[in-house]
Ligand binder design. Structure first.
Ligand SMILES: [Zn+2]
Length: 273
C-alpha cells in the first residue's frame, strides 16, 4: 500500500496522459462518459476533463489504466524558488510524519527568473536570510529588501520585495492521513455535482465554457463561472482521491517515479525488508 498527499496525487495526475492518438484526444475527453456520475465533460477544458477521466478510469481499473498511461515531461517549478523544491515523496507508512510536515520556501523575484543572476541570488539569499527578522537580535527585513534590490538590480519595489519575496511562504502539507469522510453519501454528492454544473452552465455555450479561462480577463461573469467550475473539478478530484484511498491504492511505483516522486526515505527504512 502506498500513501500520497492529495497535492502530490494531483501533481501525478496532471502529468499523466492516456495513450490515445493526438488527433482524437479532444473528442475522446469531451465525449467520455464517467462511470461514477453523470457529467457533461464538454463544459470542461481538455486538461480538466483529462484529470477527471483518468481518475474515473483509475477507480474502475487501476491496473489496466496504468498500463495505458504516459507521462509528460513538463518542466518543474524550481526556477521560481530559492530552496530546492523537495522531491515529492510517496510513503509506505500511513503514520509517517513526513506525510504531515510543512515546507518553507522563498520566491525568486520575477525580474531575475531566467537570468544568470538567479543562481547568485539563491546563494546570497540563503547565506543571509537568517540575520533578518522582526525579533530583537535581528536586523529589520526592510534593510534586506534594500540590499537585495541594489545588489541584484531588481526592478521590483521595496514593498514588493519585502512582502512577496522575503516573508516566507509556508507550503502547507495537504495530508493524506486524515482524509475526511464526505459529509453525505457519495451518490448524493455526485448528483449534486452534476446538478451544480448544469446550473452554472445553463446560460453558456460549450465553446465559451471551454474558453472561460481566456474570457475571464474581459468579463466578470466568465471569471465567476471559471472559478466555480475550477472548484467543482477540485472537489470531484478530492472525492476520487477519497474513494481510491478507501479502495487501497495500488499505484505502480515505477510510474510514480516517472512522475518525479521518490520513495520517502524515512518510512522505506522502516519497512523491514
Ligand atoms: Zn514517509
Amino acid at each position: 500500500m502506498i500513501y500520497l498527499t492529495i497535492n502530490n496525487f494531483y501533481k501525478v495526475i496532471t502529468k499523466l496522459y492516456l495513450d490515445i492518438p493526438y488527433y482524437v484526444e479532444k473528442s475522446f475527453y469531451e465525449n467520455y462518459k464517467l462511470n461514477l456520475l453523470e457529467l457533461d465533460l464538454k463544459y470542461f477544458t481538455n486538461d480538466e476533463a483529462r484529470i477527471l477521466v483518468i481518475c474515473d478510469k483509475l477507480f474502475c481499473n487501476v491496473k489496466n489504466t496504468m498500463e495505458n498511461l504516459m507521462v509528460s515531461n513538463k518542466e518543474r517549478e524550481q526556477e521560481k524558488w530559492v530552496y530546492n523544491l523537495s522531491t515529492p515523496s510517496y510513503h509506505y507508512d500511513k503514520k509517517c510524519h513526513y506525510l504531515n510536515s510543512n515546507f518553507i520556501n522563498y520566491k525568486v523575484p520575477q525580474s531575475l527568473i531566467g537570468t544568470d543572476l538567479a543562481e547568485d541570488y539563491r546563494v546570497f539569499f540563503k547565506e543571509n536570510i537568517d540575520k533578518y527578522g522582526n525579533s530583537e537580535n535581528k536586523i529589520a527585513p526592510e534593510r534586506f529588501a534594500s540590499i537585495l534590490i541594489n545588489k541584484f538590480n531588481l526592478s521590483e519595489s521595496k514593498d514588493e520585495i519585502l512582502n512577496e519575496y522575503i516573508l516566507k511562504v509556508e507550503l502547507k502539507n495537504s495530508q493524506v492521513s486524515n482524509i475526511q469522510e464526505p459529509e453525505q453519501d457519495i451518490e448524493t454528492l455526485f448528483k449534486n455535482i452534476d446538478k451544480k454544473m448544469k446550473e452554472i452552465s445553463s446560460n453558456i455555450s460549450y465553446k465559451d465554457s471551454r474558453r472561460a479561462f481566456f474570457l475571464k480577463k474581459e468579463n466578470e461573469s466568465f471569471k465567476v463561472y471559471y472559478e466555480k467550475r475550477k472548484k467543482i473539478v477540485f472537489y470531484l478530484f478530492k472525492i476520487y482521491f477519497y474513494l481510491l484511498n478507501k479502495k487501497g491504492f495500488h499505484f505502480n511505483e515505477k510510474l510514480l517515479e516517472m512522475c518525479g516522486l521518490t520513495p520517502c526515505k524515512a518510512c522505506s527504512k522502516n519497512r523491514g525488508e
